[in-house]
Design a protein around this ligand. Structure first.
Ligand code: PGA
Length: 259
């Protein structure tokens, strides 16, 4: 059984004061979430403060990206040991905004993913097609290329420790989410590829999240799809009540599946 996972990606939002308030709202509103795992990824400047607020509670801390080297002359970058020191156990890699805005290549994403695994953090590898790629019938080709390159050189045991997120670029921040059928179709395809890259057993244990305009209102139908093991939430994670609403829906589905 795959425990549902809900990750809040705060992106470049929030001052320290705002991040503290949001983290406190989540801590107070989600004291004992059952049947679901919850992670938030604040901006770097708020990680330490949010970590202090969440320590000892069920909500875990993640980062939005990292550098693959442990230290060095890399102005503006943050290393994995630095993230681990402030309490991060998760890191997003390959988010489409970083692929597009920062020019991150599949090769760089692979370096980051492998470095995270080597240092005991859980990478959340994001893949997804643009609207144009979907129009051209290239959805599967695109996500397959991103998955194969992202996991290049990664062994079965390490793939088992990885989380995937299917995030169609056209659905991110647009208010237009993929339909549950569209999400399930691509995520089932990704799971098939994991069977080939790792093993059938491992593929059954890896969580594949859906991301792209997830809100409390559409979370239930998306999460009800057996292939959708949770959500990567951007905009709706910036409001404690709406994020908690999504977590509660995931928890209900996770708990029901276990009974
Ligand atoms: P969104 O972002 O929920 O605002 O669409 C999702 C993401 O980019 O992870």
């Amino acid at each position: 059984m795959r425990t549902p996972l809900v990750i809040g990606n705060w992106k470049m939002h929030g001052t320290l004061v705002e991040a503290r308030a949001l983290a406190a709202g989540l801590r107070d509103g989600l004291k004992r979430p059952r049947g679901v795992q919850v992670v938030v990824c604040p901006p770097f400047t708020s990680l330490a403060a949010v970590s202090e607020i969440l320590t000892g509670g069920p909500i875990q801390l993640g980062a939005q990206t990292c550098h693959h080297e442990a230290a060095g002359a890399h102005t503006g970058e943050i290393s994995i040991p630095m993230l681990a020191e402030v309490g991060c156990r998760w890191t997003l890699v390959g988010h489409s905004e970083r692929r597009k805005e920062m020019g991150e290549s599949d090769q760089l994403i692979n370096l980051k993913l492998r470095a995270l695994l080597a240092q005991g953090l859980t990478p959340v590898l994001c893949v997804g097609e643009t609207a144009e790629e979907r129009r051209q019938g290239l959805t599967f080709t695109t996500v397959e290329g991103q998955l194969r390159a992202g996991l290049a050189g990664v062994g079965t045991d390490e793939i088992a420790k990885t989380v995937l997120a299917y995030e169609p670029v056209w659905a991110i921040g647009t208010g237009v989410n993929a339909s549950p059928t569209q999400a399930a179709e691509v995520q089932g395809y990704l799971r098939g590829l994991l069977s080939e890259l790792a093993s059938k057993e491992t593929a059954q244990t890896v969580r594949i999240l859906y991301g792209g305009s997830v809100k409390a209102e559409n979370a239930e139908v998306l999460l009800a799809e057996p292939e959708v093991d949770g959500a990567l939430v951007g905009g709706a994670s910036l409001n404690a009540q709406s994020f908690i609403g999504i977590v509660r829906k995931a928890a209900r589905i996770g708990t029901a599946a276990k009974e």
